[in-house]
Write a protein that binds this ligand. Structure first.
Ligand SMILES: [Zn+2]
Length: 110
């Protein structure tokens, strides 16, 4: 039995884990999961399989770090073209904006 390198208490067991990216399911992957802390470890091959699935879905690399800019009295976050295209979002469309906790903003595209 392999000890978990994260918590160093649990042991790793083979399991199928559900992976998702940006709210889209990527399917199930073989991983070693810690029975104590729940951390999962995936092989290089499974990581590549997951990456291929994300690319197939057109969501690979969609997340981006961007800077908030001032726009009049409010702040503005530019939506990268790739994300706009993925969401079928265009100028003039209405979205619903709200905070989700203290570290996240949700922009709902109706
Ligand atoms: Zn652990």
């Amino acid at each position: 039995m392999t000890k978990c390198p994260i918590c160093e208490k649990g042991t790793l067991k083979k399991a199928k884990v559900d992976e998702e990216m940006f709210g889209m399911s990527l399917g199930k992957y073989d991983a070693d999961v810690c029975g104590k802390c729940g951390e999962s470890f995936m092989s290089e091959a499974e990581m590549e399989r997951m990456e291929a699935k994300a690319k197939e879905l057109g969501i690979w690399g969609l997340g981006k770090r961007i800077k908030v800019v001032r726009s009049g009295n409010s702040l503005s976050v530019r939506i990268p073209a790739k994300i706009a295209e993925y969401l079928d979002l265009s100028e003039g469309k209405n979205v619903f904006l709200y905070p989700d906790g203290k570290n996240r903003i949700v922009v709902e595209v109706a």
